[in-house]
Ligand binder design. Structure first.
Ligand SMILES: *[C@@H]1O[C@H](CO)[C@@H](O)[C@H](O)[C@H]1NC(C)=O
Ligand SMILES: *[C@@H]1O[C@H](CO)[C@@H](O)[C@H](O)[C@H]1NC(C)=O
Ligand SMILES: *[C@@H]1O[C@H](CO)[C@@H](O)[C@H](O)[C@H]1NC(C)=O
Length: 371
């Protein structure tokens, strides 16, 4: 028997020991999840007993559903449900629920809200019913990244209208408070006040310290100046989601000035990448220790796996500033590599690694490459 899963065609023999209960997460249509949004991860139970299965099911009592999350080699419990009793683990409190179960006891779909960047990973649905059990897994990628942006010459140089325009020029949009909060919940920290879409000014702080107290003194949280006069000047938080194409690094023995970098990308049928595109690429796994020109005249490089000689101990998009106080884009005549962008029409996201739940099948082999 052949079926498609994870973009591959698999040919399998049915396991002679096939269980009476099968748990499956359908892959189609594909799941799309975005930062601060919500997702329903489907999970269905099928009973494959011959004859009158409802009587056998009733004899087994209530099914037990367990969802867990696998990242960095660790499996963490999200929730466990048996009948009406649902236990949600602390980090998922108020964010995770089973909308259909147990009313529909074969629908164990999980609803996860207020999605954060580090909700990306593998989800496992496990159902136990009497002595029968089964499970299936799905890789979820939460798209979208919030980033702090500062004008080329100075700190706090944007009115509200200019802040919106600056994000748009980067191929991004001004971030909403929900998006900034979701990024904060995943560890994002930045001690610079920036405009958000609702005309408030905020910044995310986990480690309170002298210049970063804002309205909160010594506690962690997103600092909030409230709704501010649109003519006041701040930095901005932008949001980038889809990378509708590919970013590649161009280099030459003498590297490039800003003008030469733009010319080199054009000669390759591409353009200098925008800062928003570089952040989107970073959030889907681009890692490069070479500082390169971007379309706004800034010089940056994306680090996923931190190395001391590549901008320190934290992951992130690193920027080269003219001054020690983190202002100023480099002089246009200085020499760096170039990040070029080539559009591809529709956006595609490469998932790092892919999980295959080949559960009641044995001897599976991939017979077709990724479509
Ligand atoms: C299962 O439950 C989810 C969440 O309520 C719902 O969106 C979905 O339509 C249900 N699927 C079926 C086949 O009942
Ligand atoms: C996400 O990041 C936050 C902050 O660093 C951390 O407390 C939380 O445990 C992380 N969640 C997961 C699932 O890794
Ligand atoms: C940063 O440093 C530059 C050069 O020393 C100076 O002109 C600028 O005013 C400083 N900006 C801030 C915000 O301190």
């Amino acid at each position: 028997s052949a079926f498609r899963r994870e973009g591959l065609v698999w040919r399998c023999r049915l396991n002679p020991d096939t269980k009476a209960l099968q748990v499956s997460i359908p892959r189609h249509p594909a799941l799309h999840a975005v930062l601060a949004g919500e997702v329903t991860i489907p999970c269905f139970v099928t009973y494959v007993w011959p004859g009158d299965s409802s009587r056998r099911r009733a004899a087994l009592g209530t099914p037990r559903v367990k969802w867990s999350f696998v990242a960095e080699g660790r499996e963490r419990e999200i929730l466990v449900a048996r009948g009406q009793r649902v236990k949600v683990s602390e980090p998922y409190r108020r964010r995770a629920s089973l909308p259909a179960f147990p009313r529909h006891d074969t629908n164990a779909s999980l609803l996860l809200t207020e999605l954060r960047p580090n909700d990306s990973g593998i989800y496992r649905c496990r159902v136990q019913h009497g002595i029968e059990d089964g499970h299936d897994v799905l890789h979820l990628k939460v798209k979208g990244v919030v980033f702090h942006y500062r004008e080329g010459s100075a700190r706090y140089a944007y009115t509200f209208a200019e802040a919106r325009a600056a994000c748009a020029r980067l191929g991004a949009s001004i971030a909403t408070p929900e998006q900034l909060y979701a990024a904060y919940r995943s560890g994002y920290e930045q001690c610079d006040a920036g405009w958000l879409a609702d005309q408030t000014v905020r910044y995310p702080i986990h480690t309170p310290r002298e210049p970063c107290y804002g309205d909160m003194n010594g506690v962690p949280g997103v600092r909030n100046y409230g709704v501010v006069d649109p003519q006041d000047m701040y930095d901005v938080y932008c949001y980038a989601q889809d990378l509708a194409g590919e970013i590649f690094l161009e280099t030459a023995p003498d590297k490039f000035t800003l003008a030469e970098a733009a010319a080199r990308c054009r000669a390759l049928g591409a353009t200098l990448a925008t800062t928003g595109q570089l952040y989107a690429a970073w959030s889907s796994g681009l890692d490069s220790c070479s500082p390169g020109w971007l379309a706004d005249g800034s010089v940056r490089y994306p680090i996923v796996t931190p190395r001391e000689r590549c901008g320190g101990s934290l992951p992130g998009v690193k920027s080269i500033f003219l001054f020690r106080n983190q202002t100023g884009f480099p002089d246009a005549d200085s020499r760096y590599d170039a990040y070029c962008f080539r559009g591809k029409g529709k956006g595609t996201w490469m998932l790092p690694g892919s999980s295959l739940g080949c559960l009641d099948w044995v001897g599976c082999t991939a017979v077709a490459p990724r479509a």
